[in-house]
Ligand binder design. Structure first.
Ligand code: MG
Length: 160
């Protein structure tokens, strides 16, 4: 089989005095995402989808939060490593579709920058292969109360 599909999910808490980074883009906001690395939930969900597509486990296995090496890590560099891992097996990212769920701030002004950074990191020529959508949670639940930001991602890999 020359195509594989994977899905990924991530959520991080919103707290003061942390940067808000999604898809490698620093977004101006009063709160940021809490995590061991830079807490880039979009990039994490994409990495998990890539690993899942090949049955290779999840990012916690490769970049354990218990390892001080990954403290404050730039998640795009982790994504680069996951991409190397799949490329070493002859696979490439065909396309990604993802959705960021956040009440605040507005994601739309930053989506193109995120596409650009993710496409570049994954050696994708056409940034339209990187789908990023954003929605609110209609003020429902923890995400609706702005306690965190959640992301879902689906990735298609092809061999060739
Ligand atoms: Mg994460």
């Amino acid at each position: 089989m020359n195509i594989r599909i994977g899905n990924g999910y991530d959520i991080h808490r919103l707290v003061p005095d942390r940067p808000l980074i999604l898809g490698g883009v620093k977004i101006p906001h009063s709160l940021g995402l809490l995590g061991h690395s830079d807490a880039d939930a979009l990039t994490h969900a994409i990495m998990d989808a890539m690993l899942g597509a090949l049955g290779l486990g999840d990012i916690g296995h490769y970049f354990p939060p218990s390892d001080p090496k990954w403290s404050g890590a730039d998640s795009l560099l982790l994504l680069q490593q996951v991409n190397q891992l799949i490329e070493a097996r002859g696979w490439h990212v065909g396309n990604i579709d993802s959705v960021i769920i956040a009440e605040q701030p507005k994601m739309k002004p930053h989506l193109e920058d995120m596409q650009e950074k993710l496409a570049h990191t994954l050696h994708i020529v056409d940034r339209n292969q990187v789908g990023i959508k954003a929605t609110t949670n209609e003020k429902l639940g923890p995400v609706g109360r702005e306690e965190g930001i959640a992301v879902y991602a689906v990735v298609l890999l092809f061999r060739g």
